[in-house]
Design a protein around this ligand. Structure first.
Ligand code: AVJ
Length: 309
């Protein structure tokens, strides 16, 4: 709806589309429709990360349960996954659970679901952008604390921002805290590309939904049909990039501002960084976290690292 849009969204889109390398920050892919489509992506056979990480989490829970002190408060960055979060809560029986998510609605419904499943657990949802400064509820200020950051969400951030984020988590949780983080691994390019551009076309819809959202919320007239989804492997930067490539010369307006794209020019919409084993450890160290344990699936497709502040 025009006029009700997030001013930050408008600013990011208008600035991003006029930049020398047109790009829109990935967080804007995740409106309600985008989150539904992402959910669908996680169930695709070619999208290995969700299934691999979930199976790995299941397998390591007994070990985690002994590594994590009694009375720990779990702070999850993101509202929590319906499958991964219960696994952790079940295994370590924390003193409290604090999901932090930018979407208050999503947060509320996932907290309700968890309250039903864990009636004795104290849940303190925080509606905030976890990448920006925020405060923990007074009830969970005392240690010990465990940060939970699954799903390879860290991969969305370029290394400089990723280290800033890890340092911010460290400041928030405090010295001596633990962090359990999922990180996707480098693997053959064919498998990486297949995970981000599959025959079902769900990832394409997920990417193109950004243009629909811009049209809807920012009063745009982008001809969505004139763009196609593309997944690229950037080897120098060790990441999958998602782009929306113009298939013909196009002109359109967003919030009254004119834009022109030549056929073949693209809008960069998301990064998904992949880390080799040592690269993952180095990123954590640079962010102020010392790895203390590390697990991977037998194929080495995905890593879960436990680190200490
Ligand atoms: C939610 C950022 C972890 O990078 O794999 C999946 C997002 N984008 N397919 C990822 C995504 C296209 C996902 N993360």
């Amino acid at each position: 709806m025009p006029g009700t849009a997030d001013p930050q969204f408008r600013q990011d889109v208008l600035a991003g589309l006029s930049a020398p390398i047109p790009a829109v920050p990935a967080r804007w892919l995740y409106d309600l429709r985008g989150s539904e489509l992402f959910d669908e992506i996680t169930r695709l056979p070619s999208y290995y990360p969700t299934e691999t990480e979930t199976a790995l989490l299941k397998q390591i829970m007994p070990e985690l349960a002994t590594a994590i002190p009694r009375g720990t408060a779990v702070v999850e960055f993101g509202a929590g996954s319906a499958t991964k979060t219960p696994l952790l809560l079940e295994a370590i029986a924390p003193a409290a659970y604090v999901p932090v998510d930018i979407s208050g609605d999503y947060l509320g419904s996932s907290a309700d679901m968890l309250r039903e499943r864990f009636p004795d657990l104290a849940i303190y949802p925080v509606a905030a952008d976890f990448a920006r400064p925020f405060e923990l509820p007074g009830e969970v200020l005392d240690p010990p604390k465990l940060g939970f950051f699954p799903g390879s969400t860290i991969g969305n951030f370029v290394p400089r921002t990723a280290t800033d984020l890890l340092r911010h988590f460290r400041d928030l949780l405090g010295t001596g805290s633990l962090l359990l983080i999922g990180m996707d691994r480098v693997k053959p390019i064919e498998r990486l590309l297949a995970a981000y551009d599959e025959p079902e076309g769900v990832t394409a819809s997920f990417n193109l939904n950004l243009l629909e959202r811009i049209n809807r919320e920012l009063d745009g007239d982008i001809p969505v049909d004139a763009f196609r989804h593309e997944a690229r492997w950037n080897d120098m930067l060790s990441r999958i990039e998602m782009h929306l490539v113009a298939t013909s010369d196009v002109e359109f307006t967003v919030s009254g501002k004119p834009f022109a794209f030549k056929a073949g020019e693209s809008i960069h919409t998301e990064n998904s960084h992949k880390y080799p084993r040592r690269g993952a450890r180095l990123l954590l160290l640079a962010g102020g976290w010392t790895p203390v344990a590390e697990w991977e699936d037998p194929a080495g497709d995905f890593s879960i690292v436990l680190a200490q502040a």
